[in-house]
Design a protein around this ligand. Structure first.
Ligand code: AMP
Ligand code: MG
Length: 424
C-alpha cells in the first residue's frame, strides 16, 4: 500500500495547515478500503449489516400470475366489447388453492386476491360489477385485457440481482430476502473500533472530581455515536498525557482493531509530543482543518504486531468531537465497514429565522433547531456556540452548515441544514 502522505499530497489544493473540509473528507476517503471478512447470518440478524454479496433471486416473485382482486378470472377474448357477456362459473381459486382445470370458452372461475390465475384466463373482473344469475355471471362491457392481475416476477425476477453488495440492510430488504425463501445471507464482519480519551484533567464517572478535573464525557458521546454505526467497540478508558502510556495505549489498540478513535491531544500545544510518538508507531498526519468547531485532527495508520488500524485523532472539546465524528469519522467507518453508497448525510435547505455571524474561509457547523413555521421549515441556533458547550448538541436537532466561502447570514436567508434524525 502506498503511504498516506503520498496519496493525499496528490489531491489538488491539499494544504494540511488550512484544509478545506471537502478536501479532508476526500483525503480520508482516498486512503480507505473496506476490511476483509464475511460471515453468514440468519436473515433477521442481518438487519443493519452490510451485504457482502449481491442477492440474486433463484425464483420469480410472485412465482405465478395471480389475481390482484376478489372477482372472476375470465378470458378477455370471450368478452363482447359493446355489451354484456354471460359466462359459466366452473370453479373457485383461492390464495394457495389453485383451480386445477383449464378454463374453456365462455367459462370463468371465482378468484380471490392472490389466487393463481387459472389456465386459460388472463383477466379479472371485480365482483362488485358482476351480476350473478344462477351458475352464470353477467360481465358488463368495458373490461380491459389483463386488468386486476399481477404478473409473475413483477416484484423480483429470477437471475436479476436485487440487492447489491455494499448495502446496509433495512427492514424492506429483510422482507425481500425472506420473499426469496432465503434463511441466511452473507454480510461483512463487523468493524472493530477501539476508543479512548486522553487528558491529565479527566476523571471517569463514579470517582469524585479532584481540583481542576472534569469528567470524561467524550467516551460517552463516542460510545453513543459508534453504537449507532453497528461496530464492535472496545472502550480503553482514559489515558494520561504521558508519552509512554499513550504509546502503550495506541499500540495495544492497534493490535486488534480496524480503527481507533481518540479525543484530545491533537491541539497545537499537545500535538508535538503526540507527533513524535506517532511517528514511531506508524504514519499519522496532523491537520488543521478550516472548520469550526473542530480545527485540529490527526488521521493515519498505526501498526502493531502485523495488524494495522486507522487512527482518527479528534480534538478534545466535547462539541468538536461530535462535529468531527459526524463530518469525517462516521463516513470513514461506514466505508471501512463495506458500505459503498448513501454515505453522506443529506443537506437540506431551511430559512434562517435569525442573523448569524460568520467569517468566510472556514466551514461552520452551528447547532440548530429546525422548526416548522406555517408551511415553511425554519432554523435558529441553539444560542451559545462554544466548542465546550455540549448542551448545544443536546438541544439541537440539526447542524446549520455554513459553507467555507460564506459570510454572515441575514434573517430570512436560506441555509443548509443536516437533521440529526436519521443520522447513523
Ligand atoms: P485538548 O484538545 O486535549 O486540548 O482539550 C480541549 C478541551 O476539551 C479541554 O478543555 C479539555 O479539558 C476538554 N476535554 C478534553 N477531553 C475531554 C473529555 N474526554 N471529556 C470532556 N472534556 C474533555
Ligand atoms: Mg488534552
Amino acid at each position: 500500500m502506498r503511504n498516506i502522505a503520498e496519496v493525499v499530497s496528490c489531491l489538488d489544493g491539499y494544504d494540511p495547515n488550512a484544509l478545506h473540509v471537502d478536501k479532508a473528507r476526500e483525503a480520508i476517503g482516498s486512503c480507505l478500503a473496506p476490511v476483509a471478512g464475511l460471515e453468514r447470518v440468519a436473515t433477521r440478524a442481518a438487519l443493519g449489516r452490510v451485504l457482502a454479496e449481491d442477492v440474486v433471486p433463484r425464483l420469480d416473485v410472485p412465482a405465478h400470475d395471480n389475481s390482484a382482486m376478489d372477482g372472476y378470472a375470465v378470458r378477455a377474448a370471450d368478452l363482447r366489447p359493446g355489451g354484456e357477456t354471460r359466462l359459466d362459473e366452473v370453479g373457485t381459486a383461492l390464495a394457495g388453492r389453485p383451480y386445477k382445470g383449464k378454463v374453456g370458452a365462455l367459462e370463468c372461475v371465482r378468484v380471490m386476491t392472490g389466487a393463481v390465475m387459472p389456465a386459460g384466463t388472463d383477466t379479472v373482473v371485480i365482483q362488485e360489477v358482476v351480476r350473478i344469475e344462477g351458475d352464470s355471471i353477467v360481465v358488463p362491457a368495458g373490461q380491459q385485457r389483463g386488468q386486476n392481475t399481477r404478473a409473475a416476477g413483477e416484484d423480483l425476477k429470477s437471475g436479476v440481482a436485487v440487492l447489491k453488495a455494499g448495502r446496509a440492510l433495512g427492514p424492506a430488504d429483510l422482507g425481500l430476502i425472506a420473499s426469496l425463501g432465503l434463511a441466511e445471507v452473507s454480510v461483512r464482519r463487523r468493524l472493530r473500533v477501539a476508543f479512548f480519551s486522553t487528558g491529565d484533567e479527566l476523571e471517569s464517572i463514579g470517582a469524585p472530581l479532584g481540583e481542576g478535573q472534569v469528567y470524561d464525557s467524550n467516551r460517552y458521546t463516542l460510545y453513543g455515536m459508534l453504537s449507532r454505526l453497528g461496530v464492535e467497540m472496545r472502550d480503553l478508558g482514559v489515558v494520561r498525557d504521558d508519552p509512554a502510556l499513550l504509546e502503550a495505549a495506541f499500540s495495544g489498540a492497534a493490535a486488534n482493531a480496524d480503527a481507533i478513535v481518540t479525543s484530545g491531544g491533537v491541539s497545537v500545544g499537545e500535538a508535538d509530543y503526540t507527533k513524535q510518538m506517532m511517528a514511531k508507531l506508524g504514519e499519522v498526519l496532523f491537520w488543521k482543518i478550516a472548520m469550526r468547531p473542530g480545527r485540529p485532527m490527526a488521521f493515519g495508520r498505526i501498526e502493531t504486531r502485523g495488524n494495522s488500524a486507522w487512527l482518527f485523532g479528534l480534538p478534545g472539546n466535547p462539541v468538536a468531537v461530535m462535529v468531527a465524528f459526524y463530518q469525517f469519522v462516521r463516513e470513514a467507518l461506514l466505508r471501512l465497514s463495506g458500505r459503498n453508497h448513501d454515505l453522506a448525510v443529506p443537506l437540506l435547505q431551511a430559512i434562517s429565522s435569525q442573523a448569524i455571524r460568520k467569517v468566510p474561509g472556514r466551514t461552520e457547523y452551528q447547532r440548530g433547531v429546525l422548526f416548522r413555521d406555517g408551511g415553511e421549515w425554519k432554523v435558529r441556533t441553539t444560542g451559545q456556540q462554544g466548542s465546550g458547550v455540549l448542551r448545544s448538541m443536546s438541544e439541537a436537532n440539526c447542524f446549520i452548515v455554513l459553507e467555507h466561502e460564506r459570510g454572515s447570514v441575514e434573517a430570512g436567508e436560506p441555509v443548509q441544514v443536516q437533521p440529526f434524525e436519521g443520522l447513523t
